[in-house]
Design a protein around this ligand. Structure first.
Ligand code: ARG
Length: 473
């Protein structure tokens, strides 16, 4: 049996069982929120004074006292007590020990329910900003590699079967665009995260003449809640955030899958840098893509965090329920996983060596230029369906002789269709096939250059980014 809890123990004869205290405490993990709790409390104290609810001097004492608590935490001198349940009670209790009775005024007009939610929203939105910075850095890494490899071509696949030749730059830029959308999604999500719930109190609002708007402004938030029950009960801002992380992890995982395939000698398209590969304890020749595999594997836990939260929320009646304390760990886990993955991927993308000769050579198998022959016939007036059929015959003929289309002789081509001339060979050239695809967003060199400059502009902030370049330069 523990001591009675001083913050709510008034009506209790005895404290919680030790097993219960250990079961219900959250300070062991929510102490990560200490800074945001302190900021929120300082803003609350200043507002209480502005509204004449406490004296200006008292607010100043609270603000300074909280500053002192912050220093203790950051210097490692703070003594965390599980018996005080969570980060919020630990901080308030220490504040009162430091500044005396006035510390007990901090909680005026506030409940832990709106306090927890405010601290968490501030914490989550700061981390969302870090994710954006890390993701922009990764877009930049893909962009740099694309700039270097505008001249390289490789087989583009559908169904993982050779389809049409594409430029390596175009392939890499596809990931840059996915990640750019991820950043935009996070930016948009952040608008809804940065809504202050302070003033909702326990669930019904409060009788004190609070000014929630000024607290929100003070904390750099976007606005305030409209319904006090909604404010303390919902965590959709977090579900959205975890979806943003899941989507980004999914994008990283798809590139991991390509690295893993490309590193297999059967492809031989990339050489893993030593720093991003591991060896085998039994097979001396091995160089394994463990980093990419692990990142692909870690997607599972991030999706799991999202599902954990949604499941926690689905059966909760209004308003606050203690189940909601289960919102912190999924976020902390996702944050650690995503942040590390983005940084490791940035390093890996920058360090990969692309074997562009292997890529070029691979274009020769799989009849990647078959569409070119069909389009060539269309140019000669043959209807597309017919051209498709004739090209199929050409492929069968070449396949039988175990050679690529461009090695069929003119006589062989003539046997397929009389209008095929010498100029067909230029059309069947793989580089030429890439160069002809200059339609919107295509793999042609002008389209690729346009993509590069658009992404470059976006990174340097000319498309609305506020924090991008300063973080990259
Ligand atoms: N640490 C708890 C949480 O994160 C705070 C509990 C506050 N409210 C309550 N009525 N017990 O949710």
């Amino acid at each position: 049996m523990l001591m009675k809890n001083t913050s709510w123990g008034g009506r209790f004869n005895q404290g919680p069982e030790e097993t219960v205290a250990a079961y219900t405490e959250s300070e062991s993990f929510d102490r990560a929120l200490y800074l945001h709790d302190i900021r929120g409390s300082q803003a609350h104290a200043r507002m209480l004074a502005r509204q004449g609810i406490i004296a200006a001097g008292e607010a100043e004492t609270l603000v300074q006292g909280l500053e002192k608590v912050k220093e203790e935490i950051e210097s490692g001198n703070f003594v965390w007590q599980a018996s005080l349940e969570d980060v919020h009670m630990n901080i308030e209790s220490r504040l009162t020990a430091l500044v005396g009775n006035v510390g007990k005024k901090l909680h005026t007009g506030r409940s832990r329910n709106d306090q927890v939610c405010l601290s968490f929203r501030l914490f989550v939105s700061d981390h969302l900003r870090q994710w954006q910075t890390l993701t922009v850095r990764l877009v930049n890494a893909f962009l740099q590699r694309a700039v270097e490899h505008q001249g390289a071509i490789l087989p583009g696949c559908t169904h993982l079967q050779p389809a049409q030749p594409i430029s390596l730059a175009h392939h890499l830029l596809a990931y840059a665009w996915m990640l750019k959308r991820d950043v935009e999604r996070m930016e948009d999500c952040e608008k809804r995260v940065r809504i202050s719930p302070l003033g909702a109190a326990a669930l019904a609002g409060t009788t004190y003449p609070l000014d929630p708007q000024s607290v929100a402004r003070d904390l750099g938030m976007n606005g305030v809640f409209s319904n006090s029950m909604d404010a303390v009960a919902d965590r959709d801002f977090l579900a959205e955030t975890l979806f943003c992380a899941s989507c980004t992890m999914m994008h990283l995982s798809r590139f991991c899958e390509e690295i893993i395939l490309w590193a297999n000698p059967a492809f031989g398209f990339v050489l893993l840098p030593d720093g991003y590969a591991t060896g085998s304890s039994i097979m001396p020749q091995k160089k394994n893509p463990d980093v990419a595999e692990l990142m692909r594997g870690k997607v599972g836990r991030v999706y799991g965090d999202l599902i954990t939260l949604l499941t926690t929320l689905k059966g909760l009646p209004l308003a606050y329920n203690r189940d909601l304390q289960e919102d912190k760990e999924p976020f902390l886990d996702t944050d650690a996983t995503l942040s590390a993955s983005l940084q490791v991927m940035e390093g890996m993308v920058s360090a990969l060596t692309f074997n562009t000769e292997r890529m070029r050579a691979a274009c020769k198998s799989g009849f990647l230029n078959a569409t070119e022959l069909a389009d060539y016939l269309v140019g000669k007036g043959v209807p597309f369906r017919e051209a498709h059929h004739i090209t199929g015959n050409a492929v069968a003929m070449a396949e039988q002789q175990n050679k690529p289309l461009e090695e069929l002789t003119l006589a062989e081509f003539h046997s397929l269709h009389p209008d095929i001339d010498e100029d067909v060979y230029a059309v069947l050239d793989y580089e030429a096939a890439v160069q002809r695809r200059e339609t919107q967003g295509g793999t042609g060199p002008v389209s690729v250059r346009n993509q590069i400059s658009a992404l470059h502009d976006w990174i340097t902030g000319s498309m609305g980014g506020n924090m991008r370049m300063e973080n990259l330069l």
